[in-house]
Design a protein. Structure first.
Length: 384
């Protein structure tokens, strides 16, 4: 179905090098806690403000101390651009012990908790519990938060944290709404957590390959559970369809995503990682235009603007201005809710894939990446 909708669509690719949406800006500083470390636009904020805003994102202990450029500071300390803010505990304090560890010893996977409790499991059994069958023995791409699979394919859930993105956006005075004649401008806008569902199907050679039914959503907080309800993304080229029952909720157009060399990759870990990276890069780096307004019912950017969910999102210009004033405002925006959880959306994608491919009822298996090491996979019945 997506191939039919993509037919005759003009390219969104913009000639020339595109800006890096993750590039550090003059107002950024480095924030670190444990395994987390990011350049973020926090210059001018106090340590207390940063602590409150990033509590979930960085898994901050309320009792952790703050250090700026190695010096202990209080919550009223203001951060300057280029500084390094570290949250942690001094050695010897409660909570400063080593994190849980996991290592492979011979044919056993051995884990040790912070309290020193050790458990072990055969590598073969560990992989069977930690991975669905399609990903057994594979290395997952960075930032994949959950996995779902069914008999003919799988879904990888990728999360991009809240950050400021440099994007190519259709210019207000562009005569063409899309295609090679469209005029673009560079915008700098903050986005909340961006959740991309990368859909993989089994190809003719029995290998997983990226499908054309990938979807995108927003969330105001990091994914904690597959029961988290997602919101529609206020982005151009994330399409809304008139047929809400038999079409995707928030489809990403990938007509011009170059995948041939990726699909030919023999190593599955490399093929999967490159596919996810290419999809996420395609979403953020290619030009956002008004193609969805022409070929589908609308884009979720237009729907968000029309819904007047927040005056700061009245236009791309007000979005930029709000970003400059407070990049984290996007985590308080009441984005248009899908009313569906992550697992329900995955089930929906599975159902649509099977219906459009002539399949029958299937069982969807979900495995949450963060908890797969400690729990058995849960089987979900998919209603058809």
């Amino acid at each position: 179905m997506q191939q039919q909708h993509q037919r005759d669509r003009n390219t969104r690719r913009v000639p020339g090098a595109l800006p890096d949406p993750f590039a550090a800006a003059p107002e950024t500083a480095l924030v670190s806690h444990g395994i987390h470390s990011e350049e973020l636009p926090i210059a001018g904020m106090t340590v207390g403000e940063v602590r409150r805003r990033l509590a979930d994102r960085f898994d901050l202990d309320p009792d952790s101390e703050a250090f700026v450029d190695g010096n202990r500071v209080g919550d009223d300390h203001a951060i300057r651009a280029g500084q390094e803010l570290l949250f942690g505990h001094r050695l010897g304090e409660k909570g400063s012990g080593p994190p849980p560890s996991l290592e492979i010893v011979g044919d056993q996977v051995v884990t040790e908790s912070a309290e020193g409790t050790k458990t072990s499991m055969a590598v073969e059994s560990f992989m069977a519990k930690a991975m669905p069958r399609w990903f057994a023995g594979s290395i997952l791409p960075d930032d994949v938060k959950a996995l779902f699979e069914w008999d003919r394919g799988a879904i990888l859930v990728h999360q991009t944290p809240t950050r400021v993105h440099n994007c190519k956006w259709i210019a207000g005075d562009s005569v063409a709404g899309y295609g090679s004649s469209a005029k673009y401008t560079t915008v700098r806008i903050a986005m909340p957590y961006v959740i991309v569902l990368a859909v993989f199907i089994v190809g003719p050679r029995g290998r997983l390959a990226l499908a054309d039914s990938n979807e995108c959503f927003f969330s105001n907080r990091p994914l904690r559970s597959v029961d988290d309800v997602l919101a529609y993304p206020a982005l151009l080229n994330c399409s809304r369809f008139e047929d809400t029952e038999n079409c995707p909720l928030s489809w990403i157009c990938t007509q011009h995503l170059l995948r041939h060399t990726i699909d030919c990759e023999q190593d599955q870990s490399i093929r999967i990682s490159r596919s996810v990276q290419a999809l996420v890069t395609h979403l953020f780096h290619t030009g956002f235009n008004r193609s969805s307004e022409t070929h589908e019912l609308s884009s979720w950017f237009t729907e968000t603007v029309n819904a007047k969910v927040d005056p700061r999102l009245a236009s791309i210009e007000t979005w930029q201005q709000a970003t400059a004033e407070d990049p984290f405002f996007v985590e308080q925006v009441p984005w248009i809710s899908t009313g569906l959880s992550l697992s329900q959306i995955a089930e929906r994608i599975c159902r649509l894939r099977e219906l459009h491919c002539g399949g029958g009822a299937q069982r969807l298996q979900r495995i949450v990446a963060n908890s797969a090491l400690a729990a058995q996979p849960e089987q979900l019945e998919v209603p058809f």
